[in-house]
Design a protein around this ligand. Structure first.
Ligand SMILES: [Zn+2]
Length: 423
């Protein structure tokens, strides 16, 4: 009989994911190299997301980072910039994601000065019309992706069976008039105009969206309270006339708009996806806010029992609290997107504990949370490796049987997502 580890690995690597969170732009926008999302069009672009945040953390200068992602620096000179930092980054998971991506996609086992021309050639050969489908479905073995667009609150997808756009609510809650929340020709003069604008986004896109996404944890605590419209009407007017708004008033206005949006999502039966935990961007993370995320999320679940809340990233590093939250609240779900690439050992530990602690229909195990499609290959590899290890350990530690582990795989990799995001 084949070893347990081999059987589980085979099953996990043969099972497709539904990818519940990415920041991909459309393929034609990628091919057109739209700035600033796509700053350059060479092999270094693959490093232009989580790897670059780790580079900044390692101490690389602003000038070096600018050059690494410049259109005016040659591919070989980009390696000469990276070389100094590569030994420190190659074993972080963002480095491992990159290494597996170039290995699986381009057949390059170890990056070095000698093979940069080959790496660049393979990058260019792959990056051509039709490569999104090739990478997502044929190589990464992903059925489809949910996408939070980095440039628009929502839009019709270029590939309607491959990329499903979530409605991104950040700007609608923060009243960010630029760059993407207000369609041209819409005039905003009052709070009720803003409500109509939110209504418009929902009525226009609820049919094609799988959910809504709220990333406001990057700007504040998640302690949203219900505030009536008449309490914030004047604050809204000050805000759109660019007058000073106190922190207290800003919170009130956002609280009101958050619940307006969440109630609207619930009316349209769209799950509400929320960022929790670790911040991607460097040198700003408020760890007190992050620490409060789990209890703030519990309060949201309690205030809106009919809303399905999907909490992202395990609220890393506070993942024990998220197990407790998901175990207790029937409307709390966990999406492990990005967590395999933040800390794969914590993600493995979380998944093992989740399986033994929380009903197993409430977890989605994959999203690369990336904007560069090639990287989905490395993210999916790391996630499948972690899921295999978690299941294998549960079996060999005698918590569950090999049959249980094999049965669970479909649910946690795609069936749970099919059931919850059924629209
Ligand atoms: Zn994200």
């Amino acid at each position: 009989m084949k070893k347990i580890k081999d059987q589980i690995e085979k099953k996990v690597f043969e099972t497709p994911f539904i990818d519940t969170h990415e920041h991909l732009i459309d393929e034609y926008e990628r091919l057109a190299c739209i700035e600033p999302i796509i700053p350059c069009d060479d092999w270094a672009l693959l490093l232009n997301h989580y790897f670059s945040f780790d580079l900044i953390s390692s101490g690389i200068s602003k000038n070096q980072i600018d050059n690494l992602f410049s259109k005016n620096v040659t591919p070989i000179n980009k390696w000469r910039i990276l070389k100094e930092y590569w030994p420190y980054l190659k074993n972080t998971t963002s480095g491992i994601v990159f290494r597996h991506t170039v290995k699986i996609l381009y057949g390059i086992n170890e990056i070095s000065e000698d093979n940069i021309p080959e790496l660049q050639k393979r990058y260019e050969q792959t990056r051509k019309k039709g490569f999104y489908k090739y990478i997502i479905q044929d190589i990464a073995h992903i059925k489809h992706c949910h996408v939070h667009s980095p440039i628009s609150a929502c839009k019709k997808s270029e590939f309607s069976d491959l990329i499903f756009q979530d409605i991104a609510l950040n700007g609608l809650i923060r009243v960010a008039i630029e760059p993407y929340s207000v369609p041209e020709n819409v005039k905003i003069n009052s709070l009720s105009d803003w409500h109509s604008l939110i209504d418009w986004w929902f009525s226009e896109y609820n049919q094609i969206s799988k959910g809504v996404k709220i990333g406001n944890a990057y700007f504040r605590r998640l302690n949203f309270e219900r505030v009536e419209a008449n309490e914030v009407e004047k604050i809204f007017i000050r805000k759109i006339h660019l007058q000073i708004v106190s922190n207290e008033d800003e919170k009130k206005l956002q609280d009101h708009l958050f619940w307006y949006c969440v109630d609207k999502a619930t009316e349209y039966e769209l799950p509400v996806k929320m960022h929790t935990g670790q911040w991607a961007m460097n040198n700003a993370m408020n760890m007190n806010w992050v620490k409060d995320n789990p209890s703030d999320c519990a309060s949201l679940c309690k205030q809106a029992p009919n809303t399905k809340f999907i909490f992202f990233h395990l609220c890393y590093p506070h993942y024990e609290e998220m197990l407790s939250l998901a175990k207790n609240y029937s409307n709390a779900y966990i999406d492990m997107c990005w967590s395999w690439s933040i800390n794969p050992l914590a993600a493995k530990d979380f998944l093992k504990k989740f399986i033994l602690t929380v009903p197993n229909n409430k977890i989605f195990t994959f999203g690369g949370d990336d904007k560069i499609v090639e990287n989905l290959i490395g993210h999916a590899f790391v996630a499948r490796k972690g899921i295999s290890q978690a299941l294998n350990e549960l079996v060999t530690e005698n918590w569950i049987t090999i049959g249980d582990a094999l049965d669970l795989t479909d649910d946690i990799m795609y069936k749970n997502a099919e059931k919850i995001f059924k629209k």
